[in-house]
Design a protein around this ligand. Structure first.
Ligand SMILES: Nc1ncnc2c1ncn2[C@@H]1O[C@H](COP(=O)(O)OP(=O)(O)O)[C@@H](O)[C@H]1O
Ligand SMILES: [Mg+2]
Length: 260
């Protein structure tokens, strides 16, 4: 599979604080990269780099061999742990917003046939994430799992090639999380996505990923913790067939307390 994203000697610094140092990475198209690491290691900063929300202090990032455009382009979608969706918009409007915004950036609205086409696309995506019966609900009326389904629909309706997930299932109950694992695995295959997912859950990282990256500091200075940044300390390719059975996730059962 060809390389989609390249990072070369990438550093992120805030003032004199080094958060990420010397990151060299190639991410293959259609891979599912899980990113783990201690809190504060720079995992979210890493996602912001790929999203183009933040420029590296040093180094370069390329998408398909071209320098990354420093803004959230339609080729990249993102889902955060919480608050990705707009509380004042219905499910359907939230999803249509993903289409309206890039095409009508000032008003955020489409009219006539463009609007009908956006509605149909949004409706199809909501069906795909299992919200086909919930078009008129508002986020506050939905469970956490449904809200994350909506956030995924909102990101995917723009047909991004890369989906970035920042601890997307961390706030969900274990049973719901298993459903979401099955959903994201299906969407990853159906839409030929490249996914980069940050997670605290090491088992989730291995269950879903085709590759697991651990971000951490290689060097510590106890007198100046800001002096060294995190980088990739483990990079584990998992030889998974892309067309594995869809319910691979169901081999793991987790009870209410998160135990086996
Ligand atoms: N805009 C910023 N200004 C200064 N420091 C920041 C900023 N964003 C993140 N940091 C710092 O960078 C480090 C990594 O943050 P983050 O990427 O959120 O880590 P993680 O997601 O792994 O928990 C933290 O120490 C955080 O305080
Ligand atoms: Mg984070």
């Amino acid at each position: 599979m060809s390389t989609l994203l390249t990072l070369r000697d990438v550093w992120v610094e805030y003032g004199d604080k080094i958060v990420i140092e010397k990151l060299d990475l190639d991410i293959a198209e259609q891979s599912f990269v899980s990113v783990v690491g201690p809190s504060g290691a720079g995992k979210s900063s890493f996602l912001r780099l790929i999203l183009g929300q933040e420029a590296p202090t040093r180094g370069r990032i390329e998408l398909d061999g071209t320098p990354l455009v420093p803004e959230c382009g339609p080729d990249r979608g993102v889902v955060f742990q919480r608050y990705s969706v707009f509380p004042h918009l219905s499910v359907l409007r939230n999803t249509m917003f993903g289409l309206e915004c890039p095409k009508a950036p000032l008003s955020g609205r489409l009219f006539g046939s463009a609007r009908r086409a956006a509605r149909d696309e949004a409706a199809a995506m909501l069906e795909a994430v299992g919200l086909g019966d919930s078009f008129d609900l508002y986020p506050a009326q939905m469970s956490g799992g449904m809200q994350q389904r909506l956030a995924i629909a909102q990101a995917l309706v723009q047909r991004p090639r890369i989906l970035l997930l920042d601890e997307p299932f961390g706030a969900l109950d274990p049973g719901i999380r298993a459903d979401m694992h099955a959903l994201i695995t299906r969407l990853w295959r159906d839409y030929s996505l490249t996914i980069v997912m940050v997670t605290h859950d090491i088992r989730e990282a291995f269950t879903l990923g085709t590759r697991v990256l651990a971000l951490d500091k290689r060097r510590h200075d106890p007198h100046a913790p800001h002096r060294f940044g995190a980088t990739v300390v483990y990079d584990l390719p998992l030889d998974k067939p892309v067309d594995a059975p869809e319910d691979k996730d169901h081999s793991i059962t987790i009870d209410e307390n998160g135990n086996n």
